[in-house]
Design a protein around this ligand. Structure first.
Ligand code: CP
Length: 320
């Protein structure tokens, strides 16, 4: 695997899940694979889980790891071509990328959506430049429109906890005080559409996700109706994707607290497991009771980030 930006890069999902299971049984099984190879992790945005789990995954495979927080200690980077660089940005991404690439064998990039220019975000401007100018294998650690390491970990978790062959999985929008990108729900939809699940998306009007990720999945605007019979509830906030109202791209259209996942919502389900990628705003997205219940999977889900990253890095090393 040379690039990892979406579900298609994994190929057969059943094979990927089998590989995840093999690695989970012995996460150091491929320790010799990464010897004398360096993984560079570049963060344009904050992270807890991705930062730690991806470093752990690289070390499971015997790699050296370098972590760069672009906004803390590096030169401020210009990303636009044609700009007269007379401001506070000292270095252009077009020089920085090949320089950074010269110190490593594989590059992970975290670069969130700006939420102001939909075209810039949905063409994955920054991630694409790394792919184009680094000459190295590149994987997304959450880019503008996708978070495939998270979604793969989510799928691994569903596979581990499912009680029937084809569980009902519901992705639900929930309120949040700040405008958040659509990367997590996009990738979750991308993966669920490929997985053997009955997938339903529920959100208020105006929050329709891009069809590239929804791909005809069932959208139910009545949240309680969507929850009926669900085996897994996956909660997430996202800002307006600008599908039905392009002028609202990146805006908060609702803070309706009746969408917060609480025990009344979960009572409508088939004793569903609760999932969220974390970090989560308690009593905005989900009530204390639900996230602390035995059916909450948020911790095993986060732990599986190490497994999803180990599978992806292993495949990238094998293709070097
Ligand atoms: N879920 C996730 O990606 O967490 P971080 O933002 O902390 O990395």
């Amino acid at each position: 695997m040379r690039y990892y930006t979406n579900v298609k890069d994994l190929g057969d999902l059943n094979l990927a899940l089998a590989e995840a299971s093999e690695i989970k049984k012995d996460r150091y099984k491929f320790e010799a694979l990464g010897k004398h190879n360096t993984c560079l992790l570049i963060f344009f945005n904050n992270s807890l889980r991705t930062r730690l789990s991806t470093q752990k995954a690289a070390r499971n495979l015997g790699m050296d790891v370098i972590v760069l927080d672009v906004n803390q200690g590096a030169w401020k980077l210009e990303t636009e071509r044609g700009v007269i660089m007379d401001g506070d940005k000292s270095e252009h991404l077009l020089e920085a990328i090949p320089v950074m690439a010269s110190y490593c064998d594989i590059i992970g990039v975290r670069s969130f959506a700006g939420l102001t220019n939909r075209d810039d975000d949905y063409t994955e401007k920054v991630l694409t430049e790394f792919i184009k100018y680094s000459g190295k294998p590149v994987f997304s650690m959450e880019a503008a429109t996708g978070h495939p390491l998270q979604a793969f970990a989510d799928l691994i978790t569903i596979e581990e906890y499912k009680r029937k062959d084809r569980p009902k999985v519901v992705l639900t929008w929930a309120p949040h005080p700040r405008a958040l990108p659509q990367a997590v729900p996009n990738s979750f939809s991308d993966f669920m559409n490929e997985a053997d699940v009955d997938f339903v998306i529920t959100h208020p009007h105006g929050y329709e996700l891009d069809e590239k990720f929804v791909r005809g999945a069932n959208v139910e605007y009545d949240q309680m109706k969507a929850f009926q019979g669900a085996d897994f509830i996956y909660a997430k906030n996202w800002s307006c994707p600008g599908v039905t109202t392009p002028e609202d791209y990146g805006k908060i259209l609702s803070k309706d607290m009746s969408w917060t996942v609480d025990t009344a919502h979960m009572a409508a389900t088939n004793d569903a497991f609760f999932m969220h990628c974390l970090p989560v705003r308690r009593n905005m997205i989900v009530s204390d009771d639900v996230i602390e219940a035995p059916t909450s999977l948020v911790i095993p889900e986060a732990a599986n980030r190490e497994i999803s990253a180990t599978v992806v890095l292993k495949r990238m090393l094998e293709a070097l």
